[in-house]
Ligand binder design. Structure first.
Ligand code: C2O
Ligand code: CU
Length: 431
């Protein structure tokens, strides 16, 4: 097989698992899964790791105000734990081994119960050996519906994923290679958006929830067959919608778009000479298009920053082609690699802090804070987007403002999971 064909092989639209939330504890079984990621007509099924027989795992969807009640059952032969990415929840439910809970051993289970404070697009993923377990498929969508959501005909999730297969279509297991870890992470050779198998008609209005569930890949995105606006970023509604132009999702970032179908829907990575199509949905038939503009979503309830009480600097260091640092792994923050017994910073509950994220390295990093959302500060000093993961390009820096109002021990790490395992992680304490 020619490598080029392999790289450009188009993903067929896959069936996203059914919504799977019931009132009682919903069993989320971490297990080995055999599934087709590559086109099934040419390649064999792959041996993966997912939940409830599927990769991505089942869509968990509740309404704002409802309680998520999930029993994680570990059917793997190694430990695991599940993190609810972007959700402002109680620390004990955050799913981070050692920091917030014990590892869930094989055959053991753990009950996660929390009532999300925000409607929006979130996701769940393993937070144990995550550079391996997420790369094998241990992730899924978590959607919190608004009580009074926007008027759309379809509300669907696109999980963006990135895989590394050998020429026979077998998933490669070279996790944590020094070369990958020290560069841009473990980038795959096949990327795919998992989209549901829905019937779309031209003229219908769709809410598409894009989730970058890849381990290390940054996705620049474009769309065909859709005319609309971005209405939310990292689960949080935008006060004013914006155009699709220049949309980029770093690992773990999300964007919600609301758009009218104008033809066959495609989600692609812009590239030359042809775009790399990540997934598509065929549109058949036609209905009259709505005359009203794309609406904005109901506002969020994240507290606004007040007077800055602490100003901190977090410098990303290490990796290939960078100067050294004093940490004892490939990457470091402020000359310290990996989680130490002391936090990077401590906050009084409700305190506003400004953190200057300085990227001294030769690679981009997507920095994620658990348990909180924060504001990016624009270069002109104005308040930017509310996010839980911010992309800082090589050699650049960005200030963020955060109200640390959620008590507990929260991880702060690069969400390029290969960088995280390579040492780019720390934690903060909120009293
Ligand atoms: Cu999405 Cu620490 O994780
Ligand atoms: Cu990184």
């Amino acid at each position: 097989m020619k490598r080029r064909e392999f790289l450009l092989a188009t993903a067929s639209a896959a069936v996203l698992p059914l919504r799977a939330f019931a009132a009682g504890p919903f069993e989320l079984r971490a297990q080995k899964v055999t599934a087709n990621i590559l086109p099934a007509d040419t390649y064999p099924a792959s041996y993966l790791q997912g939940f409830n027989g599927t990769v991505p795992g089942p869509e968990i969807r509740v309404r704002l105000g409802d309680t998520v009640n999930v029993r994680l059952v570990n059917e793997l032969d190694e430990g695991t734990a599940v993190h609810w990415h972007g959700v402002r929840l109680e620390n004990a439910m955050d799913g981070v081994p050692i920091l917030t809970q014990e590892i869930v051993d094989p055959a053991a289970s753990f009950d996660y119960q929390f009532t999300p404070k925000d409607a929006g697009t979130f996701w769940y993923h393993s937070h144990y050996l995550s550079h391996e377990q997420v790369a094998r498929g241990q992730m899924g969508p978590l959607v919190i519906d608004e009580v009074d959501g926007p008027d759309v005909d379809h509300d669907i999730v696109a999980m963006l994923t990135d895989w590394r297969f050998d020429p026979d279509g077998v998933l490669m297991e070279d996790y944590g290679s020094m070369h990958d870890v020290a560069h841009a992470g473990r980038l795959g050779n096949f990327a795919k958006a998992f989209l549901p198998d829905v019937a779309l008609r031209i003229g219908e209005r769709v809410r598409l929830r894009l989730i970058n569930a890849s381990v290390d890949r940054i996705f620049p995105l474009g769309f065909a067959g859709l005319e609309g606006r971005i209405v939310a970023i990292d689960g949080m509604p935008l006060a004013a919608s914006r155009s699709f132009d220049g949309l980029v999702l770093a690992p773990a970032q999300r964007a919600d778009i609301i758009a009218d179908v104008t033809g066959r829907v495609q989600v692609f990575m812009p590239s030359q000479p042809d775009n790399y199509v990540l997934g598509e949905i065929i549109a058949e038939g036609e209905v009259a298009r709505r005359t009203v503009e794309v609406p904005t979503l109901p506002p969020h309830s994240v507290p606004s920053p007040t007077k800055v009480n602490q100003e901190l600097v977090l410098t990303m260091q290490g990796g290939a082609m960078s100067r050294g640092h004093a940490g004892d792994n490939i990457w470091a923050f402020n000359d310290v690699s990996d989680l130490q017994s002391a936090p990077f910073a401590s906050f009084e509950r409700g305190e506003t802090a400004k953190i200057t994220l300085v990227n001294e390295t030769s690679f981009a990093h997507g920095i994620h804070l658990h348990g909180h959302h924060f504001y990016e500060v624009n270069p002109d000093g104005s308040m930017g987007d509310l996010r839980d993961t911010t992309l800082v390009q090589a050699g650049e820096q960005r200030d963020i403002l955060c109200v640390f109002d959620n008590p507990g021990r929260w991880m702060l790490h690069c969400h390029m999971l290969s960088h995280s395992v390579g040492g780019m992680k720390t934690w903060v304490y909120v009293a």
